[in-house]
Design a protein around this ligand. Structure first.
Ligand code: SF4
Ligand code: FES
Length: 267
């Protein structure tokens, strides 16, 4: 690009920014303070529109300039920590990766993640989610006692590829908000916990598949899933928890046949 073309592009960009500085976008934000009593409400805020702003930027602008009482979680601002999940116009999204330009000039409705109790405003309680993750024994289970002096448990790239996808989960809980089964049956262990179980079950170093398969083979685990597939559709990390659930259903079915039809082949 020539110097004059570069200068022209810069001027165009600057005038575009100047024009956009006058523009605003409306956020209708869910407000609820259990300590103060009363019902939840929606509060409207007009926020400056910037094409490079994400929803989280707009919420931070509100908090910094207009209403410091607005409460929400976030940390990394780069799609890694999993803490900024909210409903944006009815869909679960990471607000640090959801651009205002994809909605402008329409208003956005921001709510806490669906299917979880609300602590305050956009903050949900996730103790139950953490308990579900813990319940599937998310660690390497070994039959032998190994000592560091025994050396590493080595793995080929092919063995790593078997489960790597399931290690990408950031525990953002978007899949639980999207899941219609979880909405009706809160005891359902849910997509991320089952994907986490598969992360260990498919790891060549793990010997705890039999233990976990017993946990997964019950109604509140894989058999509660009716394969709607929304969990995978909303997952920002392409973990594909729906695939993990279907894999676990297959092994659970094989276990059932072994138990009832081939008792000599239980293992
Ligand atoms: S499976 Fe995907 S949507 Fe579900 S918690 Fe993990 S990263 Fe989030
Ligand atoms: S702020 Fe960490 S994922 Fe959005």
């Amino acid at each position: 690009m020539s110097a004059s073309n570069g200068a022209a592009a810069q001027t165009t960009e600057e005038s575009l920014e100047a024009r956009m500085a006058d523009k605003t976008i409306t956020l209708e934000v869910f407000r609820y303070d259990p300590a103060a009593g009363g019902d939840p409400t929606f509060q409207r805020y007009d926020v400056p529109y910037r094409s490079d702003w994400v929803v989280l930027d707009a919420l931070n602008w509100i908090k910094d300039t207009t209403d410091g009482s607005l409460t929400f979680r976030w940390s990394c601002r780069m799609g890694v920590c999993g803490s900024c999940g909210m409903m944006v116009n009815g869909l679960p999204k990471l607000t640090c990766s959801t651009f205002l330009k994809d909605y402008y000039p329409d208003p956005l409705r921001i709510e806490p993640l669906a299917n979880f109790p609300v602590q305050r405003d956009l903050v949900i309680e996730f103790d139950g989610f953490v308990e579900k993750l813990k319940s599937i024994k998310p660690w390497l289970i070994r039959n032998d006692q190994r000592d560091p002096a025994d050396g590493e448990l080595r793995q080929t790239p092919k063995q790593l590829a078997q489960y790597k996808q399931y290690t990408m989960c950031i525990n953002c809980m978007l899949c639980y908000s999207a899941c219609p089964e979880y909405a009706f049956i809160p005891g359902f262990i849910g997509p991320a916990a089952i994907a986490l179980a598969q992360r260990y079950n498919l790891d060549s170093r793990d010997q705890g598949q039999a233990e976990r398969r017993k946990l997964l083979g019950v109604q509140e685990a894989v058999w509660e899933c009716t394969f709607v597939g929304e969990c995978s559709a909303v997952c920002p990390k392409h973990v594909d928890p729906a695939a993990a659930i279907q894999q676990a259903k297959v092994t659970s079915t094989i276990d059932w046949y072994k138990r009832f039809l081939m008792p000599w082949g239980k293992k």
